[in-house]
Ligand binder design. Structure first.
Ligand SMILES: [Zn+2]
Ligand SMILES: [Zn+2]
Length: 90
């Protein structure tokens, strides 16, 4: 098992160990500050899973999974994704 490269898909900025993200209260978060790549985008404060992650360098949002760049070039994915997200009531 090899580790993925983690960097911004827009500007290739790499998160540092000291980088911190905010569980944005404006978007219903709890205000926790943590390194989102240690938890796979899950806020340790409220348990919310962030599907998008902001780049601290270029300030653009990307899907959290798009930050992970696996060395294997041959990905055979059948991506017939439909928007089937349920409205979260909370
Ligand atoms: Zn939170
Ligand atoms: Zn960036």
């Amino acid at each position: 098992m090899s580790e993925p490269d983690i960097y911004c898909p827009h500007c290739t900025w790499r998160p540092l160990g000291t980088s911190r993200w905010l569980c944005t209260q404006q978007m219903g978060g709890c205000g926790t500050c943590w390194n989102t790549f240690w938890t796979g985008g899950v806020c340790p404060g409220c348990g919310y899973r962030w599907e998008i992650t902001a780049c601290l360098a270029c300030k653009r949002f990307s899907l959290h999974k798009d930050w992970y760049h696996w060395p294997e070039s041959e990905t055979h994915q059948d991506e017939c994704t439909r928007e089937t997200e349920q409205p979260s009531s909370g």
